[in-house]
Design a protein around this ligand. Structure first.
Ligand code: AOS
Ligand code: ZN
Ligand code: ZN
Length: 390
């Protein structure tokens, strides 16, 4: 091994699993333009087939998250069976209350009980689907909020949100969970009903043990110390899942680790410190990305490798030496220990380790050489936009 990854560290890497989103394989873009790409999946089955490629070459992505209604199919048993045949499972089910005219002024928070009913029923449908696909998690991201001061009764909306979530939570069974994602703005620009981790925490805490917070790394104001939030949620036992991506400006949904690899390292260090990668960890790791200009499957392969790489670097932090330096008030010593790990190139060690597990040393090159892209480009004609591009 070219770097000193201990047997314990290798065990952590061996169980690392990162769910990939079905919508990453569809065409996406901004409100200005959605670029088409050859080989775009035409249905959820083809999205699952593409997602399976990521796992095949990395061993890191055994599940694919789906989105209702984008991934609505007649027969969920068939979709689940197809995924298993491809070597992956159906993961988190994402609800959608942001593309219907009825939800212009809210869904789970709406003033009108009939519209709240419709939104709650949509979540019941998602939970039924989870029963068919064997998914554990229902992920709720809400686009609700207002654009102008005075437009909405902020307090009333929080109360209605809690009531709606209570109904949805009560519908979960077995080990099913609900994760509530927060986002500080967009599409609403004045207030958002679940804008921050504190609101998500307050809402899910009032539900029960199987309701947790989802942290999307792109959903914070610039300058936010995200790793602090990670630490706090783990400390409170309420970090249910991550949506990984990276951003330069707003919710850019770029490849995780691309914009700020050091931030990803710091986040993963707190994950490790807080037990988020322990064997019994409740934290689900997901990507929430769109690939507007780069090829989609390689974009996803790059993403999961970036997460693995920064996890390996975080595992290299000498925690004992760090604790000693911290206790001694050795500011620069502690910082040096942290930075030494960050600045260690773990790529050769990971390549070697992959080879020892029957995986390609260079997953990007192996995928490129596989001919899969050429095959789907020839076979699939007429793939459409599979996400709304946000
Ligand atoms: C939206 O900004 C959120 O990040 C959502 O997690 C996600 O992009 C959407 O729900 C797709 O399912
Ligand atoms: Zn997200
Ligand atoms: Zn987002």
């Amino acid at each position: 091994m070219s770097t000193p990854l201990s047997p314990d560290s290798l065990a952590v890497l061996a169980r690392q699993a990162i769910e990939v989103p079905s919508w990453a394989y569809g065409n996406s873009g901004t409100r200005f333009k959605v670029f088409g790409t050859p080989g775009t999946p035409r249905d959820p089955f083809e999205k699952v087939a593409d997602a399976a490629q990521v796992h095949r070459y990395t061993g890191l992505a055994p599940a694919v998250a789906i989105h209702i209604p984008w991934d609505k199919v007649e027969d969920y048993d068939a979709l689940t069976g197809y995924a298993h045949d491809q070597g992956v499972a159906i993961g988190t089910v994402n609800s959608n209350t942001f593309q219907d005219d009825d939800y212009k002024f809210g869904a789970l928070t709406h003033e009108d009980a009939a519209i709240r009913r419709k939104a709650i029923d949509h979540h019941f449908e998602c939970i039924d689907i989870m029963g068919r696909t064997g998914s554990r998690d229902l992920k709720i991201w809400l686009a609700e909020g207002s654009n102008y001061p005075g437009q909405a009764d902020l307090r009333g909306r929080q109360d209605r949100l809690q009531e709606s979530l209570q109904e949805i939570y009560a519908r979960l069974s077995g080990d099913q969970r609900l994760v509530l994602e927060y986002k500080f703005f967009e599409p609403a620009f004045y207030h958002t009903d679940v804008p921050d981790w504190g609101t998500s925490y307050a809402q899910v805490s009032a539900l029960g043990e199987r309701a947790m917070v989802c942290l999307d790394t792109g959903h914070h104001a610039p300058g936010t110390n995200i790793e602090f939030i990670v630490m706090q949620l783990l400390r409170l036992g309420k970090l249910g899942s991550f949506d990984f991506n990276s951003r330069f400006y707003a919710d850019d949904d770029l490849i995780v680790g691309a914009a700020d690899p050091f931030q990803l390292f710091r986040i993963l260090f707190e994950v490790l410190r807080g037990g988020g990668l322990d064997e019994d960890s409740p934290v689900a790791f997901m990507l929430d990305q769109c690939h507007n200009v780069e090829d989609k499957i390689p974009g996803q392969i790059r993403s999961v490798l970036n997460v693995q790489e920064m996890t390996a670097r975080a595992l290299l932090v000498d925690r004992e030496a760090l604790a000693t330096a911290q206790r001694a008030g050795d500011v620069l010593g502690a910082n040096a220990i942290f930075m030494d790990a960050y600045q260690t190139d773990v790529r050769p060690a990971l390549a070697e380790w992959r080879a020892s597990r029957g995986l390609p040393e260079d997953p990007m090159a192996a995928y490129a050489a596989s001919g899969y892209f050429e095959k789907i480009s020839a076979e699939r004609v007429g793939g459409t936009q599979a996400s709304w591009g946000a």
